[in-house]
Design a protein around this ligand. Sequence first.
Ligand SMILES: NC(=O)c1ccc[n+]([C@@H]2O[C@H](COP(=O)([O-])OP(=O)(O)OC[C@H]3O[C@@H](n4cnc5c(N)ncnc54)[C@H](OP(=O)(O)O)[C@@H]3O)[C@@H](O)[C@H]2O)c1
Length: 293
Amino acid sequence: MKILLTGGEGMLAKDFLSVLDQFPEFECYAPPREELDITNQGQVESIIKNYRSDILLNCAAYTKVDKAETESALAFHVNGISVGKLAEVCHRSGVKIVHLSTDFVFDGSNSTPVTESNYTVPLSVYGKSKRDGEARIEASDADWLIVRTSWLFAAHGNNFVRTMVRMGSERDQIRVVSDQFGSPTWTRDLALALCKLIRGNVQNYIHFGGLNSCSWFELANYTLKQAYQIGLVPTLPKITPIQTRQYPLPAPRPAYSVLSNQRYQELTGSQPMMWEEAVDSVLKRLHEQSQDE
Ligand SMILES: NC(=O)c1ccc[n+]([C@@H]2O[C@H](COP(=O)([O-])OP(=O)(O)OC[C@H]3O[C@@H](n4cnc5c(N)ncnc54)[C@H](OP(=O)(O)O)[C@@H]3O)[C@@H](O)[C@H]2O)c1
């Protein structure tokens, strides 16, 4: 099965490429952005037509959540309009589009894990642009799968776990919001899930988030305690829980966006990693990387 991967240098895409050795039935081509910019219709048409893949896995996205509030046109261009065009070209070429979306399409008013059939009410420009991409795929005649995920982290790229480790080495005190709850998800675990979903030809929406849930404060606390224990940070900083209103950011965030993994579990027979276990694995990798430097 041939997979064409967009956004190949991103955090998730890198882990997707790294797990492919476990799926010998997949052949994957990940052109660099200069060769495949998803806003460049000419490049999109020519690569999809020439590579003749079975799947287009779209990991390309505009992901600057706060900057999107002032770069709305760009966010919608990349996450909405271009995604719709990708789906149209996929349909014309008989390619299934597998696309990534986000918990930010929800408003956070739930108190139980959010399912695929929950209403979307994005709060931020980023969330609205991602929802626009989803809607355009739905409206296309392409075969599609949209995987919504949340709070991604990895041993590479910009993410909260790495930020905490860096801040833990620089500061004595850290303030972290304790009134936003979600499912921290390791990109490697998500990459394995994507492979299973592609192999199983799963369609429609799937939610995939690390088990179970926590607040940003709990994630920071756990990350730094474990990082300290393995010697990745020299001292344990004091972590103070604060309210969202005490740390205003340009983009509003959902207060509760824990994703229900039930459909994923039913369709694949597997379940996501516990977020604590995933954090441990990433910290171990960061520690190994620091020893190599
Ligand atoms: N990170 C999270 O916490 C999170 C949570 C939920 C859902 N998601 C979704 O998961 C997916 C993967 O996220 P990620 O964290 O891996 O994002 P990422 O690290 O920001 O990767 C996105 C990649 O897309 C590239 N890109 C941007 N515009 C492009 C274009 N026009 N053409 C081709 N490539 C382009 C970016 O390149 P540049 O770096 O050069 O811009 C970057 O390499 C995205 O759909 C995101 O919305 C992420």
